[in-house]
Design a protein around this ligand. Structure first.
Ligand code: SF4
Length: 200
């Protein structure tokens, strides 16, 4: 069948009219706005925030109501991420708050740890420790281990000035400049095994 320009336009118009008629007669509640439901970001204070998970530094907007975090989403005005968050960053909300399965209410995350903890050798349980004690204990372990294992020369008499008993593994939060300083500090202790986690 030959389709003329007039015929094409007539057929297109009929198809469009048919489509609109179908939509109007089959309106789904999914398109309806529930005017009784309060928008969840009403009466919230908004703050800008930087993702804590990696040194990519993506930006987010956090919404706070009565001192509690109730929403977190990508910041479209952020110059690096322009509103995007990766899967880790998108779950940053759960560091502080979770939504209950039954009531769908936002509550503080009961599993959130706000203080350092330590599990002693041979112990099954974790115990709380102050930041001061934690730093002192780590420093003492580093000093004792280095003193006990430092080698000035290897078995052939070659100067090595190293310890093979410790390693350094950085997290993805560290940026280039921080890693530079960490490598300097670890090399000054004589560490050889130094690595860093990449971005996500
Ligand atoms: S890439 Fe992901 S983890 Fe890294 S800063 Fe952005 S959102 Fe956070």
């Amino acid at each position: 069948m030959e389709l003329t320009r007039r015929g094409f336009l007539a057929a297109g118009g009929a198809a469009l009219a048919g489509s609109m008629a179908f939509e109007l007669s089959n309106q789904s509640s999914a398109f309806a706005f529930d005017a009784d439901q309060e928008w969840k970001l009403v009466n919230t204070d908004e703050y800008t925030n930087i993702c804590c998970y990696c040194s990519g530094g993506c930006g987010s907007i956090i919404s706070v109501q009565d001192g509690e975090l109730i929403n977190l989403e990508g910041d479209v005005d952020h110059p690096i991420s322009a509103g995007g968050l990766c899967s880790k960053g998108a779950t940053m909300f759960q560091l502080r708050s979770v939504v209950t399965e039954d009531t769908r209410k936002v509550i503080p995350n009961p599993n959130r740890r706000t203080k350092p903890m330590v599990r002693r050798p041979g112990k099954a349980d974790w115990e709380n420790i102050s930041w001061d004690d934690l730093i002192s204990e780590v420093a003492r372990h580093v000093k004792d281990t280095r003193d006990a294992t430092f080698e000035e020369t290897d078995k052939d008499g070659v100067v090595v000035n190293r310890t093979l008993a410790m390693a350094s593994l950085g997290g993805s939060q560290q940026n280039n400049e921080e890693d530079y300083l960490i490598v300097k500090a670890m090399r000054s202790l004589g560490l050889v095994a130094i690595d860093n986690q990449a971005r996500v």
